[in-house]
Design a protein around this ligand. Sequence first.
Ligand code: NAP
Length: 328
Amino acid sequence: MAVALIFISIFVLFLVSILFKFATAEGDFTLISKRHVKREEIEDKVIWITGASRGIGEVLAKQLANLGAKLILSARNEAELERVKKQLTGKHAPHGVKILPLDLASGEDSLKESVLKAESFFPDTGVHMIFHNAAFERPKTSALEVSEEGLKATFDVNVFGTISLTRMLAPYMLKRGKGHFVVMSSAAGKTPAPGQAMYSASKHALNGYFHTLRSELFQKGIRVTVVCPGPIGTTTNLGASTSENRGVSEKRVTSERCAELTIIAASHGLKEAWISNQPVLAVMYLVQFMPTTGFWLMDKVGGRRVEAAAQKGNTYSLGLLFGKKKSS
Ligand SMILES: NC(=O)c1ccc[n+]([C@@H]2O[C@H](COP(=O)([O-])OP(=O)(O)OC[C@H]3O[C@@H](n4cnc5c(N)ncnc54)[C@H](OP(=O)(O)O)[C@@H]3O)[C@@H](O)[C@H]2O)c1
């Protein structure tokens, strides 16, 4: 009897510790179990980052430079890229940091030119890894408010531009027998995202393309890591007032931690990684492993979330489940 009680107590303690870990985790279990960056996968590698002029991309540039990577920084705003470059420190900064302004919506010919330039910056090695991080702004629109113009603008950057750049760069990587695409998707690419239909559609499209690309090219040395962050606090969405500014009442993972976990995921070659606080992380698990329950939950909160977004309230509040609209 005493032995059984000891076993039950140990089991309960084990369950409680797992629950605590889950409640406080900032990423999925596989990602969190990795703990540290494999530096040897980053140091001296040529890494191209799109969307490096601000937000998560800027923080990725700082952390990758500190880990000893050679960098190519891209976005449309050249002056901002120069500002980011000036702040970088590390084994190859600033001489091993190149600026490559580009517009992902500029079409295939112009992106082909960008890939040629990127490859020529470090002719001995070419590009080892690209972080597809750039994205079009995330307008809050319900599924029926989506306009053709908005859809086109979102897909031109998030999907068509990103896929074109990949199609142009992949042949160089295939010739070398190795290359790695790290794709900044979103929790909105894994679950329904009421109030963000266009953005969600574009990120689901990215997930589909890149998981398929990996399945086709893995045996030829091509790696793909799809990263799906939930709400992240960046200078853009926590600082200046933007159409998306929800204030600090939403518990967001910091952009520093998001970048760190993204680099951990990439350096360990994870195929997919989720980065988020609760309750978004729990919803991702539900939709992935218990879709009937996950979709039931999203159907329950969806209408209220669209209203909360319109009123600039907290779109991640548990109160949405019970009909309370918490404003920030
Ligand atoms: N922040 C979040 O809460 C969150 C959550 C989940 C996923 N994500 C994903 O994480 C990534 C980074 O997010 P973020 O919040 O850091 O974004 P952000 O602050 O809005 O920055 C977007 C970046 O993309 C660049 N960009 C925009 N349009 C471009 C174009 N046409 N061509 C080339 N570059 C372009 C921007 O630079 P220019 O304006 O200079 O071109 C900027 O550097 C995105 O893929 C986003 O979807 C973010």
